[in-house]
Ligand binder design. Structure first.
Ligand SMILES: [Zn+2]
Length: 215
């Protein structure tokens, strides 16, 4: 738990920790996130800051998992991408602080990504789009063959979805890339700015073993 409404996450991956702590950087041990507060930001720490001020989720590093699925429109096989954390902080609902979490989790319904992260995800069929069914605007997978939108609700929130209950066997076939850089984003925004709708944006990654074949 970080008891500060406004924090500035820092992309610190250095062994020279004494330097940055002397400069006013703080470390949250549960999430491994470095941050400072607006009144403590100085020129040295500025080098570690992303150009963004609107976010509700921060992770010290992230995994880009690229798996395959059959498109539900053209039935062809297409790559799909998911962002996973093993630790992170998320803003409390009331906006008055941050909760530290250590759990394998997928992030989805991502509304905003800083440039620093976009260039590291590098997937031509994963880009900002608007869902036909929910009206939500977020970073979305698209079929590489027919361009169909492959919405996050179906990929992360239903029984038997592509990511959440991914089998170990499937994970071993997937491409898992660790990006050892700070992750900062806004996720779970409702379709209408003034709406109080709750949009899910995190789920546990529960990798399961395939059971023995049933006879
Ligand atoms: Zn398709």
């Amino acid at each position: 738990m970080i008891d500060a409404p406004h924090i500035i996450p820092l992309d610190i991956h250095t062994d020279n920790i004494t330097d940055v702590t002397c400069q006013g950087a703080h470390y949250d041990a549960t999430s491994s996130v470095w941050y400072t507060e607006p009144h403590e930001l100085n020129e040295t720490l500025h080098d570690y800051v992303y150009d963004t001020d609107s976010f509700n989720i921060v992770a010290p590093y992230y995994l880009v998992i690229t798996s395959k699925m059959a498109c539900w429109t053209c039935q062809q096989s297409t790559r799909i991408h998911g962002v996973m954390f093993t630790r992170f902080i998320k803003q409390n609902q009331d906006g008055k602080g941050w909760q530290s979490v250590q759990r394998n989790s997928f992030l989805f319904h991502i509304n905003y990504l800083p440039e620093e992260i976009k260039k590291n995800i590098k997937a031509s069929n994963y880009y900002l789009d608007k869902s036909k069914t929910t009206g939500l605007r977020y970073w979305m997978n698209h079929c590489e063959i027919c361009g169909e939108r492959l919405g996050d609700y179906e990929l992360f929130c239903v029984e038997d979805d592509a990511f959440r209950l991914m089998t170990i066997e499937k994970l071993l076939r997937a491409n898992v890339r660790k990006v050892n850089k700070l992750f900062v984003s806004m996720a779970g925004n409702p379709a209408d700015q003034n709406s109080k709708d709750v949009v899910r944006y995190l789920c546990d990654a529960r990798f399961v073993m395939n059971g023995p074949e049933r006879l």
